[in-house]
Design a protein. Structure first.
Length: 597
């Protein structure tokens, strides 16, 4: 069975060394959240993940969820794990204390989430969706709705969902057909069928609060006519007690490639009573409060799975004896050398390690910006942090999850044939990682959002929150001996990115297909340059510490950074070339030209 060890040392490096946690503690509301508390939370989260969630990951995958007469049963152990999770108050970490949350910084909440996803991705969806739904209600709900639903969602007694997708509409939500009929007393009756609803029905909570996109009878056509409704599975009385069942049923569950312990449901709403959340016709824009939180969460799924896949591939590689090192026998006492002596196996291990640690640094940077955007009093700093979060959300979602699948796939390769066999668990990581590239807006759609909305927003204002710190870092460190190898390469990569950005700004105005054609390559290039910036920062911190107490940890940072700069960052050259090749090679083919012939 595969194992999971929470990467606490590296998480601490990101929170306390790469960035200074004291800056977060200095924000209003976080004064009492000292480093001791952070250590205690992360250590206990690691224990739950390693001892409670990871051991039921493989069995949950093998058993899967079960549907019987509208009821959904999660695999053995999930309910007990959920109860332990709720008893430990893990559902309420970063939530608002006014509704029973613990008010911890997002920097801590999101790092904890990475561990939960790494230990058991399927499990992570149950509290993850509820958390996103709570954020949605907290942002757009009336006080009455918040008082009624939030405390029990935050303490994990009730679950939450997002009900967007219908069989004929996923990306294009303007096409949805679910109807909401006003009843004249402020309530609506919602009717329609939603598919692919994560945690739509299960046996973990007393009630499930659905957040449903639907159209009222007089709604304008398309996306501008969509509104958001809160529809509980079981009606909640004014005194907070549970009333009658509402018209919400689960027609079936999907049988999927991965995340098999997560219930993915077809949900029928038949005159189900609900209330409007936020203003009429603002459904899709309001839903972004949840979708943006979920996109960071799904990014964490990519990182979590990549980390556990790497750990298990590494353990196997150290044990597996095959062949001899090309430069001569390294372990003469053994019948063969461990496969870690082979350059190609090292290439795979280092690629995994570099992407994982790089993404963890990006995650820490953005979680920190999220904290500043929530708590900072200075309006300029608050806006700058908010801009960075807006800019980087699609990058986190798409790049972390692309890496998640690539790393899980590479981890399988390290195990050779054993990677393909269920018992070793590596193939499950690849299957579990795959969905994260698809849901919460496909990665193609993230890239479009990035180039189409985030880059041009406010005449490039968001972009400045990226380029400014990178250029300042280069200027301040151009003579730093520890960075002598890296700064020239960073300058080249940043210059390529600027070139691609200028090209896009001009060509997309001429022809919108240019933006679409470049989008995926551009997002990847952006992510790689972000990694390069953060690896350089990491080297600056690690270099003076290699001869100290934890020399191996810091030396490993330097080696990984060197590998990233010389073996992965050069992708930016080929990405620039494909971006500059423009839209024509994609668009000139006649539709019939695709064949098949
Ligand atoms: C396991 C699982 C769990 C899910 N959980 C939920 C959930 O909890 N709630 C929920 O509402 N939904 C959920 N979904 C649905 C998921 O979010 C959608 O499947 C996803 O957003 C893509 O929509 P689609 O499947 O309709 O694909 P489509 O929208 O049909 O897209 C098909 C392809 O076309 C591309 N494409 C589509 N439009 C464009 C465009 N304008 N420009 C460029 N490319 C485009 C896409 O990138 C994709 O490659 C889940 C799905 C799965 C499989």
């Amino acid at each position: 069975m595969p194992s999971y060890k929470a990467p606490l040392r590296d998480i601490n490096f990101c929170i306390k060394e790469l960035f200074d946690y004291k800056d977060i503690q200095a924000l209003p509301g976080y004064e009492d959240m000292g480093e001791d508390l952070v250590d205690a939370v992360l250590t206990e989260a690691a224990r739950i993940c390693e001892d409670v969630l990871a051991p039921i990951n493989q069995s949950g995958d093998l058993e899967g969820c079960r549907w019987e007469n509208g009821q959904v049963f999660t695999p053995k152990g999930i309910k007990e794990a959920y109860n332990t999770f709720v008893e430990g108050s893990w559902t309420s970490l970063a939530a608002d204390p006014a509704y029973g949350g613990q008010g911890l910084p997002e920097s801590i909440g999101l790092m904890t989430e990475e561990m939960i996803c790494g230990a058991n991705t399927s499990f992570s969806l149950y509290p993850g969706l509820t958390r996103g739904a709570s954020i949605l209600l907290h942002t757009h709900g009336s006080d009455e709705l918040k008082d009624r639903y939030l405390p029990k969602m935050i303490n994990g007694t009730w679950g939450g969902t997002m009900c967007l997708t219908e069989s004929h509409c996923g990306t294009d939500l303007g096409l949805l057909r679910t109807k909401a009929e006003p009843q004249g007393d402020g309530s609506y009756l919602v009717t329609g069928t939603k598919i692919f609803i994560s945690s739509g029905e299960h046996d973990l909570t007393d009630n499930i609060i659905h957040f449903v996109l639907a159209k009222t009878p007089d709604a304008p056509a398309g996306i501008k006519g969509v509104s958001l409704f809160v529809v509980p599975k079981i009606w909640v009385n004014d005194d907070g007690s549970l009333g009658d069942t509402n018209g919400v049923t689960c027609a079936s569950i999907e049988h999927k490639m991965g995340i098999r312990a997560s219930a993915t449901c077809v949900m029928n709403f038949e005159n189900a009573k609900g209330y409007l959340v936020g203003k009429l016709f603002h459904g899709v824009s309001n839903m972004f409060a949840m979708m943006n939180a979920e996109r960071l969460g799904v990014g964490n799924q990519g990182l979590g799975v990549a980390e556990v896949a790497y750990q298990n591939a590494l353990a196997y590689a150290r044990d597996r004896l095959q062949g001899r090192a090309l430069t001569g026998v390294k372990f003469p006492e053994k019948p063969a050398d461990p496969i870690t002596v082979h350059p190609d196996v090292r290439r795979m291990l280092l690629t995994m390690k570099a992407y994982n640690e790089g993404n963890r640094m990006v995650g820490a940077w953005i979680a920190r910006a999220l904290d500043v955007s929530h708590k900072e009093k200075d309006p300029v700093k608050k806006q700058e942090a908010e801009d960075l979060v807006q800019l980087m959300t699609p990058v986190v979602k798409a790049f972390f999850t692309d890496c998640g699948y690539d790393v899980a796939n590479m981890a399988m390769q390290v195990l050779g044939g054993h990677g393909y066999i269920k018992e070793y668990g590596l193939e499950q990581f690849a299957r579990d990682a795959r969905i994260s590239q698809i849901y919460e807006g496909t990665n193609g759609v993230q890239a479009l959002d990035f180039v189409g909305r985030k880059l041009p927003a406010n005449t490039g204002r968001y972009l400045r929150q990226f380029f400014h710190p990178v250029l300042v870092f280069i200027e301040e460190n151009k003579d730093n001996a520890a960075l002598a190898e890296m700064i020239p390469l960073l300058v080249k990569a940043v210059t390529r990115l600027q070139q691609a950005t200028s090209y896009l700004a001009v060509s997309a105005l001429r022809n919108p297909d240019e933006a679409g054609a470049a989008s995926v390559d551009y997002l990847r290039m952006f992510a790689l340059v972000t990694h390069a910036y953060l690896w350089a920062k990491a080297v600056k911190i690690a270099a003076p510490k290699v001869s100290g107490e934890e020399g191996l940890f810091y030396e490993s940072k330097l080696e990984t950074a060197r590998f990233f700069y010389t073996k992965l960052l050069p992708q930016t050259s080929s990405l620039l070339a494909t971006i500059m090749a423009g839209a024509k090679p994609l668009m000139s083919m006649k539709e019939e030209g695709f064949g098949p012939f």
